[in-house]
Write a protein that binds this ligand. Sequence first.
Ligand code: MS5
Ligand code: ZN
Length: 262
Amino acid sequence: MQEAGEFTMKMHPMWQGPLVAPGGNRQSPIDIRVRKSVFDPHLMPLIPEYDPRTCSQVWNNGYSFLVEYNDTTDKSTLKGGPLEDVFRLCQFHFHWGESNAWGSEHTVDRRLFPAELHMVHWNSNKYKLFEEAVMEENGLAVIGVFLKIGKRHEGLQKLVDVLPAVRHKDSVVEFTRFDPACLLPANIDDYWTYAGSLTTPPLTEAVTWIIMKQPIEVSHEQLAVFRSLLFTSAEEEVQKSMVNNFRVQQPLKGRTVRSSFT
Ligand SMILES: COc1cccc(CN2CCc3cc(OS(N)(=O)=O)c(OC)cc3C2)c1
Ligand SMILES: [Zn+2]
């Protein structure tokens, strides 16, 4: 397994941007040093409650593919864990590499995974819209789940099957009745949590990160379909494979990573 920093690779321009947002003291992603994380006995179990009927579409936004949820009501929410409010699911997406040796944004004691799932939620107790919450320090909660190569993930296959329909940037396809809970690992009680930021523009320091200790397994073939997507729109002359769509690790700057387990 490669370690972060041991390789160089061509990166999509947007990830060659500011390594640290100007003045950023809580940027993401980070390396999670297990032995430096602090067990917090007050961390509660996470309570994800998702209604598959709020799933609406899959969209290639030129950085990743986003599975979007109707977030006009509290039908699909996350609460508990380190959270004091109710957070509404708005989308999930992934980050991955050109090879199985790297691709995740977070690492665990420098261990890289081939890909990472992010489930993005916003604080609907305090804000009316995602656009508002994305600018506030308690505005967002993102669940991170590491992907490792193994057996085929039957729940993920329904999503993999529609990806060819969103091969190009700005393409959209209707996608309904998908329960994102099927992408969570069996054990969601063991996680790390820390205060961080979005890892793509607007890079705002609005995120309570909740990183699952247990990865999920997907097949090599399923990840290969992720890599068949393109950063570029159908009109562009030069087509660029959508790979290595992850941000480089950011300085911890004295932050504490808490764990829900010993
Ligand atoms: C709906 O209101 C919006 C306001 C600003 C930006 C956006 C779009 N953005 C939201 C945050 C986000 C966050 C993303 O990644 S991440 N790793 O969660 O920071 C992301 O990865 C492809 C895409 C997006 C899409 C929506
Ligand atoms: Zn992400």
